[in-house]
Design a protein around this ligand. Structure first.
Ligand code: ATP
Ligand code: MG
Length: 265
């Protein structure tokens, strides 16, 4: 469906359309559509823009990927549907591998996501078919299947829109996990090493931009950014922002109700 560009929620509707289109092609699952809805609700509360705390986490994420020896970007259906090209670009700038990792795995879905990534310019895509032969033993879902040349041996893994169990398992394996999750309260957000509380649609190009900029600088700059970054503090900033926004709205609402009552008197 074509969304009129002057629609006040055009951007959000276009994002939905992309997911619906890729749902029809077997890239996105029904559960993926629901997960997006949960993300949207938090995005609304965050003002649908990249906050200054998110920007700090993006910079730290880019620094961690540049310093990594074996960085990997984990891609699921929603990520492929929304930001395939940005992911390919980020992988080129940071020399990270791209691996397909799915909760609902099927050969058809793997192929559909692989095709989408290839069309976006990816040359090597890990985690498809027999290549997903290693197992994360702490997990029982299909997400435990990983590529022995990718996530299994990675030191830094970018996991946009991840499930909490796997984030925890990857951290337990000693990996630095960078999450992109609009819900600062999710297990993923809470357990990751670096949590970017932002919409992947905005965060993915910003991560590439940050990596391009930092790549031109001394490695020490990246190290400094990482030492100065405190994920707990950064997450608390996002939670506080939502809380302040809600308090302000509640006050406004109270004024409105009182106003009406006065009118009724
Ligand atoms: P967890 O398993 O970490 O506790 P959850 O079970 O609440 O989280 P999942 O369905 O496992 O949620 O993961 C989806 C997550 O992705 C949600 O936290 C949701 O907020 C987030 N999300 C969905 N769409 C986007 C998006 N476009 N950008 C960023 N985050 C998103
Ligand atoms: Mg979950």
């Amino acid at each position: 469906m074509r969304i009129p560009s002057d629609h006040p929620r055009a951007e959000s509707l276009e994002t939905r359309e992309k997911l619906i289109e890729q749902y029809a092609k077997g890239v996105v699952t029904q559960a993926g559509l629901i997960a997006h809805g949960r993300g949207e609700a938090f995005d609304y509360l965050l003002g649908e823009k990249t906050t200054s705390s998110a920007l700090k986490a993006i910079e730290a994420g880019a620094a961690a990927m540049l310093l990594a020896e074996k960085p990997v970007i984990s891609v699921n259906g929603n990520v492929a549907a929304l930001v395939a090209e940005d992911i390919v670009k980020l992988s080129q700038v940071t020399e990270a591998k791209v691996e397909v990792n799915l909760f609902y795995r099927s050969p058809d879905r793997e192929r559909a996501i692989g095709k989408l990534l290839e069309r976006a310019g990816a040359r090597e895509i890990l985690g498809i078919g027999k290549n997903a032969s290693a197992r994360i033993k702490e997990l029982s879902s299909e997400r435990r299947r990983v590529d022995p040349a990718g996530i299994y041996v990675a030191d830094v893994v970018l996991v946009p829109l991840e499930d909490g169990d796997r984030t925890q398992a990857l951290v337990k394996m000693g990996k630095k996990v960078i999450a992109v999750d609009l819900n600062p309260l999710s297990r993923t957000a809470q357990k990751a090493s670096i949590t970017i509380v932002d919409n992947i649609v905005r965060a993915a190009p910003k991560l590439t931009e940050a990596a391009e900029k930092l790549k031109r600088e001394d490695r020490k700059k990246c190290q400094r950014i990482l030492t100065d970054f405190n994920n707990r503090k950064n997450l608390d900033e996002s939670i506080n922002l939502i809380s302040q926004k809600l308090s302000k709205l509640a006050k406004k609402q109270k004024g409105f109700t009182l106003g009406r009552k006065r009118l009724e008197l």
